[in-house]
Design a protein around this ligand. Structure first.
Ligand code: TPP
Ligand code: MG
Length: 694
């Protein structure tokens, strides 16, 4: 077969080969033009991508967000040209963030010519939210496959809740392609272990077994028996010995679709840089342009016109239109009819599905949220959170989540009748048990959010570090995920420095788009959730106390609804016009309030500001921010059991920060508070000093 011999009658196999070579050559040309990128794996995996997309996947290029589409995840995101090629060749349409179709191609040939350039819809790695048809952002190796487990859990949950006899509304599958890097990363192992336990038979990973990573042969550092590993996880393991054999690939995918009770893992033996006379099977094919001359030689080996660039031969678009295009359109048409009949018969669940797709909340979602009476003994942040979660999960059917084995400590277990556990035989349960796998948990929460469920994951705040890469991707993807972190400071005293977060608040505040909240009493916890639940495009991290915090008397202090502004004046000098401002978050709020009372009693005009969220406050108008922190008042003290770094922006150069500069210590909380200066007297003393009254 040859593009130059296209005059001869073409068989189906010829056209398939032409389509495959189009993916290969577009990828090579784009990387060469950009002088950057990864050509070798697209050259090797073009037949796989072709087979999954054109022969198997139910995906309608006309509507890439149709709810029952099969999902495709390119976990080896550096091979992004595979995705850009196939999105282009299938003429996948773009949709905007409001889920309105735009009627223009997702990825144009011009985008591919401008691969990796500003504004191109063919960026370096797959970017959800930026390019329609991308199901999740990938590139940090292991994240894609781990996220795919969340998608598979999501499908199972949706099917259980919404399918009815004769109405298989949700029966889609999830395909993820990954390489050696994904298999080496721990997050993939965590996720694979859980997927095996849950028997997710809607999930298929195809592993590109090419024995090559950046430094060379995998023999350098990766010699385990991967197939045996996945067998041990409880997966169905298949092998395809030749990545060019599309019939055997199709057969393996068919076996996956027939397999019940286990996820499938297909080991695909491939040759990186396939067709390149000097670079095939070498690390040189991984991450740099092949060079003009080598590209010519590759094209010759494919029977391609050697000097043609960005060539899409006649018949290729039509071939995809006749394959995935026709199959996807028909599947979507049937589903749309099915859904119309479903809506007529089951209007309520149908309405839920529609709301969920638009990331809306059901009417009455916040009814029965608790209001906590003033109580000097108070309630732990985690306990207030547990009550709120149990109310929200009952009001919002598609709100679910769990902990990385710390449910009883995080107080995230949904305990109301019927909440249930999500397990292989109970896929309608709303309590997810992630096991001690924080990184996979966060990636799975992302996968659930990508499936339009509202999901939370929980652990101790200190272990947010173990989840951070996936939390970061949550923000990058603009997903409304929720991370519940308890034991947010030194409250677990005796556990000591290994369990006392210090830099964690600051580190999460540094992630663009992530909303962090550290509520100061039980009512602030309620208001924090009320705010978070209404987010549609931002993830949130809640830092909650282990120990009881006094529930402030809101008849004396301002209402907790001020949380929605990020910071608010909790208590003020009579008539306003303060001399000094105390700013606090979380467990330090009540001690700042106490210091404030002391100062007032001494005749010092003090103001106390509760600032549970920097990000939310920073989004308020200048006028509001100035009303809370009047620029003229430069005597300011911030108090927070975390890194002091960054507080200068709120206390200014003349202010004081009472925070942490070390890793804490192992001792009862009261002693730690004394030792590290978290006492009302110390806060009041700092204020007096600033006013020259020390
Ligand atoms: C978490 C993470 N670490 C490191 C990298 C940098 N990196 C990109 S590709 C790659 C090698 C991947 O090897 P493999 O998955 O076998 O891909 P192949 O070269 O076979 O396509 C590395 C180390 C990354 N993208 N993500
Ligand atoms: Mg490899």
């Amino acid at each position: 077969m040859s593009a130059t011999r296209a005059a001869q009658p073409m068989t189906d196999a010829d056209t398939a080969q032409l389509a495959i070579n189009t993916i290969r050559t577009l990828s090579m040309d784009a990387v060469q033009q950009a002088k950057s990128g990864h050509p070798g794996t697209p050259m090797a995996l073009a037949p796989l991508i072709y087979t999954i997309w054109n022969r198997v996947m139910r995906f309608d290029p006309q509507d890439p967000i149709w709810p029952n589409r099969d999902r495709f995840v390119l976990s080896n995101g550096h091979a992004s040209m595979l995705l850009w090629s196939v999105l282009h060749l299938t003429r996948t349409q773009a949709v905007d963030a409001d889920y309105e179709r735009l009627g223009q191609p997702s990825v144009t040939l011009e985008d591919i010519r401008r691969f990796r350039q500003l504004e191109s819809k063919a960026p370096g790695h797959p970017e959800y939210h930026w390019v329609s048809g991308v199901e999740t952002t990938s590139g940090p190796l292991g994240q894609g496959v781990a996220t795919s487990v969340g998608m598979a859990i999501g499908q199972k949950w949706l099917a259980h809740r919404y399918n009815r006899p004769g109405f298989d509304l949700f029966d889609y599958d999830i395909y993820a392609v990954c390489g050696d890097g994904c298999m080496m990363e721990g997050v993939a192992s965590e996720a694979a272990s859980l997927a095996g336990h849950l028997g997710l038979d809607n999930l298929c990973w195809v592993y590109d077994n090419n024995h090559i990573t950046i430094e060379g042969n995998t023999g350098l550092a990766f010699t385990e028996d991967i197939a045996a590993r996945f067998l041990a996880y409880g997966w169905n393991v298949l092998r395809v010995g030749d990545a060019n054999d599309i019939d055997r690939i199709a057969h393996a995918l068919a076996v996956f679709r027939q397999t019940q009770g286990r996820p499938s893992f297909i080991v695909l033996d491939s040759h990186i840089g396939y067709g390149s006379p000097h670079k095939q099977d070498t690390a040189a094919a991984h991450g740099e342009p092949l060079g003009e001359e080598e590209i010519r030689l590759c094209k010759r080996s494919y029977g391609w016109p050697e000097d043609a660039k960005f060539l899409v031969p006649d018949g290729v678009y039509e071939h995809f239109a006749a394959g995935i295009g026709a199959r996807g359109a028909e599947a979507r048409r049937r589903w749309t009819e099915l859904f119309a009949a479903y809506r007529a018969k089951y209007p309520e669940p149908a309405a839920e599905i529609e709301q969920m797709q638009r990331r809306e909340l059901p009417a009455g979602w916040d009814r029965n949220l608790p209001v906590f009476p003033a109580d000097p003994k108070g309630l732990a942040g985690r306990d207030a959170s547990g009550q709120v979660l149990n109310v929200l999960a009952q009001n919002i059917p598609w709100f679910l989540g769990g902990s990385a084995d710390l449910g009883p400590s995080n107080k995230t277990t949904l305990t109301y009748a019927g909440a249930g556990d999500f397990q292989a035989d109970t896929p309608g349960g709303k309590n997810l048990h992630f096991g001690i796998r924080e990184h996979a948990m966060a990636a799975i929460v992302n996968g659930l959010a990508l499936s339009k469920l509202r999901a939370f994951g929980a652990t101790f705040f200190i272990f947010s570090d173990y989840a951070r890469p996936a939390i970061r991707l949550s923000a990058l993807m603009e997903l409304p995920t929720i991370f519940v972190f308890t034991h947010d400071a030194m409250g677990d005293g005796e556990d000591g420095p290994t369990h006392q977060p210090v830099e964690h608040l600051l580190s999460l505040r540094a992630i663009p788009g992530l909303v962090t909240l550290r509520p100061g009493d039980a009512n602030e916890v309620v208001e924090a959730y009320r705010y978070v639940m209404q987010l549609r495009h931002e993830p949130a991290a809640l830092a909650l106390s282990r120990q009881p915090l006094p529930t402030l008397d809101r008849s004396k202090y301002a209402p907790a609804a001020g949380v929605a502004q990020g910071a608010y004046v909790l208590g003020d000098a009579p008539g306003g016009n303060p001399q000094v401002i105390l700013i606090a978050t979380g467990s330090e709020l009540s001690l700042a309030a106490e210091a404030h009372e002391k100062l007032l009693a001494e005749g010092i005009r003090s103001r106390v500001v509760s600032m549970p969220s920097w990000e939310i406050f920073d989004h308020q108008t200048q006028a509001y921010r100035d009303s809370v922190l009047p620029p003229a008042v430069t005597s300011r003290v911030a108090v927070e059991q975390g890194s002091t770094l960054g507080w200068e922006r709120y206390v200014g150069t003349a202010g004081r920060v009472i925070g942490m500069k070390t890793f804490g210590a192992s001792a009862p909380l009261k002693e730690l508070q004394r030792h590290f200066g978290f006492e009302p007297d110390r806060v009041a003393a700092a204020a007096r000093e600033l006013l020259g009254k020390g």
